[in-house]
Design a protein around this ligand. Structure first.
Ligand SMILES: C[S@@+](CC[C@H](N)C(=O)[O-])C[C@H]1O[C@@H](n2cnc3c(N)ncnc32)[C@H](O)[C@@H]1O
Length: 335
């Protein structure tokens, strides 16, 4: 039996009510990142409205195997997943970094089909993504109780602990964990654990190590959508912080290190240049071929990911794999 209610208004914890603070935070991040050697910008700023749309196009690319692998894995195992989630009765299904929840929707359908009692709490830093998802779910699942939260992961987790009292099943899908450096990934999963109770469940989507050529192509597609997604970070800085980046002077570059199991993306300055940022009233200089690191995507082996979960205070319940064995959704229980 599902809760008889529809979608609530968004809870916005992104401090958008004080837009100047939001902008100031972004401006400070860019100032810090572009003053460092080597330069870097965080991938969390990829997802403005345009970035979220571009990411949806990336998920449809022939080279971008990750979404299809996790989607087919979900189709394959959703019935068993739902039984495992619902074994303890009512629960909050919390979706961290939900985006368009493409794969979670398979779980929602299955949960409804099996008539399990739950509500759905998608969380994402992207307000536009949460608005669209709420609207979408209202039409597709009118009886489902949905509470979308616009928040940075940690803020969202704090809200979760303070406001949701029942058992929780937390999803962190799409290999989002890969965007953290290894130690940060462990620290992040430990933070998730600290906001949960023993017995709560955690489903972690992990892209497993595989043929380096397959991985490289996924982040360097032939049609250039990933390049546009990466370059949108500079466009966003121009739009929101009054920057004057000339996008033609930068190129997307991606490489995979098969020993460290990490994919890295950069924006490379193709000439010596200076960029001005109105928000900081400052200039940032680039040498010819100087690079800004914009994203890491770490790949794991199953034992590495199991160990990360264990070190964070979880025990592995089971790993659901896609048919090629290249992607895993790993179900952990908080101990
Ligand atoms: C790669 S998409 C994955 C979406 C979805 N979970 C999936 O598996 O297809 C990453 C999502 O995480 C969100 N995100 C990225 N950094 C975040 C952060 N620091 N806090 C909250 N959400 C974040 C983005 O807005 C985006 O929707």
């Amino acid at each position: 039996m599902l809760l008889q209610s529809t979608t609530n208004p968004l809870i916005d914890l992104s401090r958008k009510t004080n837009g100047t603070q939001d902008r100031a935070e972004f401006a400070k991040h860019v100032a810090d990142g572009l003053s460092q050697h080597p330069k870097k910008l965080s991938s969390r700023y990829f997802y403005d409205a345009k970035g979220s749309k571009l990411f949806q196009q990336i998920m449809d690319l022939p080279e971008y195997y990750l979404t299809r692998a996790e989607y087919s894995l979900m189709q394959r195992h959703r019935s068993a997943m739902v039984r495992a989630f619902a074994a303890g009765g009512f629960f909050h299904l919390v979706d961290l970094g939900a985006g368009d929840a493409l794969k979670t929707k398979l779980l929602l359908q299955e949960l409804e089909r099996q008539q399990k009692p739950f509500d759905y709490v998608p969380m994402d830093i992207s307000g536009s993504a949460m608005q669209e998802l709420s609207k979408d779910l209202q039409q597709a699942h009118p009886d489902l109780h949905v509470q979308a939260v616009v928040a940075e992961y940690i803020t969202g987790l704090q809200w979760l602990e303070q406001h949701l009292t029942e058992r929780k099943v937390v999803l962190f899908l799409g290999s989002n964990i890969g965007n953290f450096e290894r130690e940060e990934g462990l620290e992040f999963i430990s933070q998730i654990r600290r906001h949960l109770q023993p017995g709560d469940l955690f489903l972690l989507g992990v892209d497993l190590t595989k043929d380096p050529d397959i991985i490289l192509a996924a982040y360097n597609d032939a049609s250039g959508v990933t390049a546009a997604f990466n370059l949108n970070l500079l466009e966003r800085i121009n739009r929101e912080l009054g920057g004057n980046f000339d996008l033609d002077d930068f190129k997307h570059f991606a490489l995979y290190d098969p020993q460290l199991g990490v994919m890295k993306s950069f924006l490379v300055s193709q000439c010596e240049q200076e960029v001005y940022l109105e928000a900081n009233q400052a200039r940032y200089s680039f040498a010819a071929w100087e690079a800004i690191h914009t994203e890491s995507s770490h790949k794991y082996t199953l034992p590495q990911a199991t160990e990360m979960g264990r070190s964070a205070g979880f025990e592995l319940v089971t790993s659901y794999l896609d048919e090629k064995g290249g992607f895993a959704d790993m179900l952990f229980k908080a101990i």
